[in-house]
Design a protein around this ligand. Structure first.
Ligand code: AMP
Ligand code: MG
Length: 411
């Protein structure tokens, strides 16, 4: 794997992402799943509608349905019946007739216009209106939302809550999705304690593996948790082999910085083709990436914030791609920065920030404080990344910066 970079030794984020994207392939196996269980999974088929939506001409309002020309000619119509949703008026309208109609109810044969009840003047069975609507007013025509046989969702779309609604409204009860991506995860380090272990001095709790597992769970991956592996050659070799046999992708944290990862390096060189990269990203400079015999490998840095950021900014898109998703560029918005930010040219910086809309309706952002790569709590009060481009220097108060909102989607 050769690497190009204008800054010796440091690979820009986009270059790393492109190289990874060129190397990984997507799962091909598919399975059928009930729509109601498909939230977050990736569609393995293009979906075409089998029906028109709406399936029949119907009223958009509670009111009266009639033939527009009759109203124009006669001004007053005679009420002959009702059409309710699910309980239609079945006779064709005769000249001069109208029916009471409710939202979603089928238009009677011969009717082409609806007037809402608020504009009706009712005198027994004689109905007139305070004004004459346009022809076709408040009628939803068959197929106006979705035409029969038209493409509604494309292969590679991650199914959202609104997609669950859409697919169900089209009468589907199952969809074809890609099988879940299997991802093996472990943390490396003699200093690591499992949650629940009694605290010991000079040791630290393993926060990375649970965080990575949580991120993978959000992406609907099937996680294989290999726990904590000590900095020991035999243990590492054995776990790497098992992980590679069982998973499509292996993700570790720790042990990828220069100098202190010698046996991780040795074992990976023995088992596969792995490069240790220095990425032009802050936090998170060291990243190992490559191929094991059966799987793709990501060695994330040990510092918790670095591991999280490199997962979000580099590994996540590759995992989506491997899971069959059509990956789209991250949404970035422009916000006014309410304070100066430290930054040196050379690495893209993903600071944690808090974004808000001010009284004038403008998007502003402020930092959530200390940005050290071990300070995981910097995420807790933040709702976005402040993305500072590689060559950018210090940000002055009032400058515009790019932000990426966390969990920006409601659907
Ligand atoms: P390393 O790259 O293994 O030298 O790790 C860099 C720093 O991250 C060290 O301070 C480690 O103790 C810390 N670290 C490594 N793995 C974890 C983990 N799983 N959870 C929390 N901190 C970690
Ligand atoms: Mg370590």
């Amino acid at each position: 794997m050769s690497v190009s970079c204008d800054q010796p030794g440091l690979i820009p984020v986009e270059v790393a992402k492109k190289q990874i994207s060129d190397l990984v392939s997507s799962v091909v196996q598919t399975e059928k799943l009930q729509i109601i269980q498909s939230l977050g999974r990736v569609l393995a088929q293009d979906v075409y509608s089998k029906i028109n939506v709406p399936g029949f001409d119907n009223s958009a309002m509670d009111g009266y349905a009639f033939k527009w020309q009759d109203l124009k000619d006669l001004k007053t119509l005679s009420l002959v019946g009702k059409s309710f949703a699910g309980n239609s008026y079945l006779k064709p309208l005769q000249p001069g007739e109208c029916v009471r109609i409710m939202t979603g109810a089928a238009m009677p044969e011969g009717a082409d216009t609806v007037m809402m009840q608020e504009n009706a003047l009712v005198d027994g069975e004689r109905i007139s209106f305070s004004k004459i609507p346009e022809k076709g007013n408040d009628v939803r025509l068959a197929g106006e939302s979705i035409k029969q046989n038209s493409l509604v969702l494309s292969k590679g779309k991650r199914i959202s809550a609104s997609d669950v609604g859409l697919l169900s409204s089209l009468g589907f009860d199952e969809v074809s999705i890609y099988r879940a991506l299997k991802v093996a995860v472990f943390s490396t380090g003699d200093e690591l304690l499992r949650t629940g272990d009694e605290y010991q001095s000079h040791k630290i709790y393993d926060g990375n593996r649970p965080a990575i597992i949580a991120l993978l769970t959000k992406l609907q991956c099937e996680v294989i948790d290999f726990g904590i592996v000590p900095d020991d050659k035999e243990s590492l070799r054995s776990i790497f082999k098992q992980a590679d046999e069982q998973a499509d992708c292996v993700i570790t944290s720790g042990g990828v910085s220069v100098g202190e990862a010698d046996f991780v390096k040795q074992i990976l060189a023995e088992l596969g083709q792995i490069d240790f990269w220095k990425i032009a990203i802050k936090p998170g400079k060291p990243l190992a990436f490559g191929r094991l015999p059966n799987s793709i490998f990501f060695g994330l840095p040990g510092n918790p914030v670095s591991a999280f950021v490199t997962f979000n900014q580099i590994a996540a898109d590759a995992i989506k791609q491997m899971a069959g998703e059509q990956v789209t560029a991250p949404y970035t918005l422009q916000a006014i920065c309410d304070e100066g930010l430290k930054k040196q040219p050379g690495r893209a910086d993903y600071q944690r920030g808090y974004c808000f809309v001010n009284e004038a309706g403008q998007l502003h952002v402020r930092s959530t404080g200390a940005q050290g790569s071990g300070i995981f709590s910097s995420f807790s009060n933040s709702n976005c990344y402040i993305v500072l481009e590689r060559e950018r220097g210090r940000v002055a108060e009032g400058e515009t910066v790019s932000v990426q909102l966390f969990d920006h989607t409601l659907t």
